[in-house]
Design a protein around this ligand. Structure first.
Ligand code: FAD
Length: 389
């Protein structure tokens, strides 16, 4: 175990792996990543890992567009394979949500995301197996797709190992030690590491790690589940689908399977992050399958493969806390990605690493600063509070 480091990153999900990767690319020196379980063991490894851009605020749009570039060119941009597959994404709108759909589309147009409105006939061409009753319009984004979240995280870490990133799996951080308002070290399960730079990427435990340095934040946690079904023969191809009327999202999973979960508008389901059941419960499975059967009746013949439950870490405006903590020199927060954090991880990691290295970031992360709530500048969205951002 290292006893000194130029930076210590706490947490080996997509956020921690991304910041570590990009610090290493900048030649920041010895960067130690601590992961108390194994890389991608918590939210990241259980993510649907959709890489899409249907956002309504400039910083998230800029990050999501950068994410497209990174995943499309993963070997150059992220150091290796991510399993990215481009599928396109459709959002289906009925009367209840069409107004919101048009507002989001308008703000997306302003940012040139490539999303466009499509009619029911075009949706039918993209997915002839769907029952489109009640659908009045859709939006389509051709660049969307999905990646393998565990492979992505491991690639980011592995590729940076010969640039002085070292990852310790199975070693937890117990807290951050400060001296005179400045980071001095990290207490770990295996002794202390002296450092002047700490990145708190502890995901659900980010608030607790921040507290150890005297920083407070407001987050809540929601139980979030996905399931995988084996598709019936000849089901055909389809894009990622977000379906507010049926309260679900779904997408292809490899060849011949489908991944699905509950989507907007979904209530927060509080959970105990230290003691939760990681299995898919029967009620949630029933709700997801009901939505799927409504939208694609042929899925009644699909075979259940597996399901799971994991955690969304949700801030007061559903956007992550990213940036320096003004009361503790050398401490950077990077957690609270709720349901967007996988795709945003690599571009956030890139720009945060630039900030830590004293460079001008490619994307200005100021709107995501942890102090935005106290300064009265939280994010808002046409979707209202919730995961659609
Ligand atoms: C079911 C589900 C579906 C999702 N679908 C999508 C999607 O389609 N697209 C998308 O963009 N996002 C999606 N998300 C959200 C996304 O997965 C998360 O926002 C993202 O993975 C969070 O990454 P993280 O690195 O902040 O947290 P995590 O992945 O939870 O990583 C934090 C890590 O820190 C470690 N840790 C905690 N405390 C310590 C400590 N004291 N010492 C050392 N290590 C510590 C933990 O063990 C953990 O591995 C989904 C999430 C879920 C649960």
């Amino acid at each position: 175990m290292d006893r000194t480091a130029d930076a210590v990153i706490i947490g080996g999900g997509i956020m921690g792996a991304s910041v570590g990767h990009f610090l290493a690319r900048r030649g920041f020196g010895r960067v130690v990543l601590l992961e108390k379980r194994s890389l991608a063991a918590v939210s990241t490894g259980h993510s649907a890992a959709n890489v899409r851009c249907s956002y309504s605020n400039p910083v998230t749009v800029a990050l999501a567009l950068r994410a497209f570039e990174m995943f499309e060119h993963d070997r150059d941009e992220l150091g290796g394979p991510t399993g990215f597959r481009r599928t396109g994404q459709v959002i289906l709108f009925g009367d209840a949500h069409v107004e919101i759909g048009r507002q989001v589309l308008e703000s997306e147009r302003a940012h040139d995301t490539g999303t466009r409105e499509i009619g029911v006939d075009e949706i039918r061409e993209l997915a002839p197996q769907f029952d489109l009753e009640g659908v009045v319009m859709g939006t389509y984004q051709a660049r969307s797709g999905y990646a393998d979240p565990v492979l992505t995280t491991r690639t980011l870490v592995e590729e940076a190992k010969d640039r002085q990133l070292v990852a310790y799996e199975g070693v937890g951080a117990r807290g951050i030690r400060t001296e005179s308002g400045r980071v001095a070290g990290v207490e770990t399960d295996d002794g202390e590491i002296a450092t002047h730079v700490v990145v708190n990427a502890a995901g659900p435990w980010g608030g607790r790690i921040g507290n150890s340095a005297g920083v407070t934040s407001s987050v809540q946690w929601s139980r979030e589940s996905d399931l995988i079904l084996r598709l019936p023969e000849n089901f055909g191809t389809f894009p990622i689908v977000a379906d507010p009327a049926c309260h679900i999202y779904f997408r292809p999973q490899g060849d011949g399977s489908l991944l699905a979960g509950l989507d907007y508008p979904k209530p927060v389901e509080p959970l105990n992050i230290d003691d939760y059941d990681p299995n898919l419960d029967a009620a949630t499975r029933g709700k997801i399958e009901d939505g799927l059967h409504r939208r694609a009746p042929a899925l009644r013949d699909a075979e259940f493969e597996r399901g799971w439950a994991s955690i969304y870490t949700i801030t007061d405006d559903w956007h992550p806390l990213v940036g320096s903590e003004p009361d503790v020199e050398g401490l950077y927060s990077c957690y609270g990605g709720s349901g967007h954090g996988f795709k945003l991880g690599p571009p956030i990691g890139e720009s945060l690493a630039q900030i830590i290295a004293g460079e001008k970031p490619g994307i200005d992360l100021h709107p995501l600063r942890p102090t935005r709530f106290a300064e009265g500048e939280p994010f808002t969205s046409p979707w209202g509070a919730g995961n659609r951002g």
